[in-house]
Design a protein around this ligand. Structure first.
Ligand code: FES
Length: 263
């Protein structure tokens, strides 16, 4: 089986995420322990950890935002999940920032309200983390798949000239069962090579919007990476559910060593 599949996110995203998680959890732990045992030095640490966590959370949000727009497939269940993930995490940061403002001073003891706001922030942060994990483990966002003899991930932006065929690559560019994701204007189209020649079809699975370019193609059938729906790449027909509707396919023409797509 040869295929490519790779929906890698921004490399800084997973590197930065542990910082706000550690700092904000630590802020609550130090504040609560300092409050319980009346230790001003502990709640001072909590004060500084809270603001460090908020700042690092905002820094980590930048690659997250890039992934949100550039990697998560549009019009999909993953996009809805990513939207909730982003809003819940921002709300958690806002709550920790609010708790920090409530304290106002590192020497001020945290009161019940401050601790309550932080607990709520941590609940939201945990729930946001759960959604982020689901985006990785279920929606395979940021997972680097490898298959035997796989070609490298290919993704290309091409100009859409209405009414005219679009040049999308060279005839020998892909091996049989390899795919490439094309951004043609605002559309995401998969160019694939089968034993019978080149095919092109919508990147969006009709079940819940899974990225077919990130799935597996073999013997003219492409399988969605999310729930396994299979489509005939020549006709777009569903060969196996849960998807019920076929995908759109497009004509690929070969002129010399050039491939042209007709939309
Ligand atoms: S999104 Fe569910 S099978 Fe494709």
């Amino acid at each position: 089986m040869k295929s490519r599949a790779n929906f890698l996110g921004h490399p800084l995203h997973p590197i930065l995420i542990p910082f706000p998680l550690a700092f904000l959890t630590g802020a609550l732990a130090f504040d609560a322990a300092g409050w319980c045992w009346t230790r001003p030095d502990w709640w001072s640490v909590g004060y500084y950890l809270a603001i460090a966590g908020v700042v690092m959370g905002l820094v980590a949000a930048v690659p997250g935002l890039i992934d949100y727009f550039a990697v998560v497939p549009p019009n999909s269940s993953a996009k809805q999940r990513a939207t909730k993930h982003m809003l819940v995490n921002l709300a958690a940061l806002a709550l920790f920032a609010f708790s920090w403002l409530l304290r106002g001073d590192p020497s001020a003891a945290p009161d019940g309200l401050t601790l309550g706001v932080q607990v709520l922030g941590l609940v939201l942060l945990t729930s946001g983390g759960w959604m982020g994990g689901t985006l990785v483990y279920r929606n395979v966002i940021g997972v680097d798949h490898r298959y035997a003899h796989a070609g490298k991930w290919r993704e290309e932006r091409v100009e859409d000239t209405p009414g005219a065929p679009v040049t999308v690559g060279k005839a020998d560019e892909l091996k049989v069962n390899q795919m490439k994701l094309l951004h043609v204007g605002s559309r995401r189209i998969v160019l694939g090579r089968t034993e019978q020649g080149y095919v092109a079809f919508d990147d969006r699975c009709t079940h819940k919007g899974g990225p077919l370019s990130d799935g597996v193609m073999i013997c003219g059938t492409v399988q969605c990476p999310w729930h396994g729906s299979q489509f005939d790449t020549a006709t777009g027909a569903v060969k196996a559910g849960p998807a019920g509707d076929s995908i759109a396919t497009y004509r690929v023409e070969q002129h010399g060593d050039e491939l042209r797509l007709r939309l």
